[in-house]
Design a protein around this ligand. Structure first.
Ligand SMILES: N[C@@H](CCC(=O)N[C@@H](CS)C(=O)NCC(=O)O)C(=O)O
Length: 235
């Protein structure tokens, strides 16, 4: 019996972040898929935010995908998902925070927004964030050592890559519903996506653009009423 129990929904990008971390670390785990529109009582009993992912290990019940990934890295340090150097670790946390506080929030808000003018402002903010990732993360960190870097922090994959990847896999949703494209100048970002798509962990968890576009229909028409939509409307 594996010591880890991963409670997830394959549609969920946050759950995919932690699924990627489990696979990158080569861990054995029990996998429970739940229906987010009909959550079982046992799940509600252990998930204080009523959200996936949740990871159980003995008495530890961990939620919040980025925190699950930090926990996994601390309990199972090999292969590492965070750099050893404190300065690099701090930079990794800055980018994980940017993802959670800025990029991911913009992703949901531009979909949920039904007012044209506010939607256009949110779309511009996303393009600014993409340029910022290109110039401040990938150009200065990932490619800092003379073009050798492929990942956010350099030549090694880290939690930063795993946390960002799922919403980039779903970028087609922003294009389909809101006409937002990754700017052509973001060459490193495109190369990073291509690199990530080669990882076996990504290949084992990914879904097609059509699957994602369909999954976000209720966000785009403003009718989504789950916990995530409610949280993102006020984020
Ligand atoms: N900040 C959370 C977000 C998790 C989240 O929003 N999960 C969604 C699915 S993608 C969920 O379970 N939502 C429940 C609902 O909408 O009722 C994390 O990173 O784990």
């Amino acid at each position: 019996m594996p010591e880890l129990h991963f409670i997830t929904a394959e549609v969920c990008p946050f759950a995919q972040r932690s699924h990627l971390a489990l696979l990158e670390k080569g861990l054995d785990f029990k996998h429970s898929e739940i229906d987010l529109r009909d959550k079982p009582a046992w799940f509600e009993a252990i998930s204080p935010y009523s959200k996936v992912p949740v990871l159980q290990r003995g008495d530890d019940v961990i939620y919040e995908s980025a925190i699950i990934n930090q926990y996994l890295d601390e309990v199972y340090p090999t292969p590492p998902l965070m750099p050893a150097d404190p300065g690099q670790r701090a930079r990794a946390r800055i980018w994980i925070d940017f993802d959670n506080v800025k990029f991911t929030v913009s992703f949901y808000r531009v979909l949920l927004e039904q007012d044209q003018e506010r939607r256009a402002a949110l779309a511009r903010a996303i393009v600014d964030q993409l340029n910022f990732i290109e110039d401040e993360a990938l150009a200065k960190l990932g490619y800092a050592s003379g073009g050798a870097g492929q990942y956010f922090l350099g030549s090694e994959i880290s939690q930063v890559d795993l946390d960002y990847y799922p919403h980039f896999e779903r970028f087609s949703v922003l294009t389909a519903y809101r006409g937002i494209e990754i700017p052509s100048r973001c060459e490193r970002l495109r190369a990073w996506m291509a690199t990530m798509e080669q990882r076996p962990s990504v290949q084992a968890t990914r879904h097609s653009a059509d699957y994602h576009v369909d999954a976000y229909k209720r966000y785009a028409d403003g009718s989504a009423d789950g916990t995530t939509a409610r949280d993102m409307r006020t984020a």
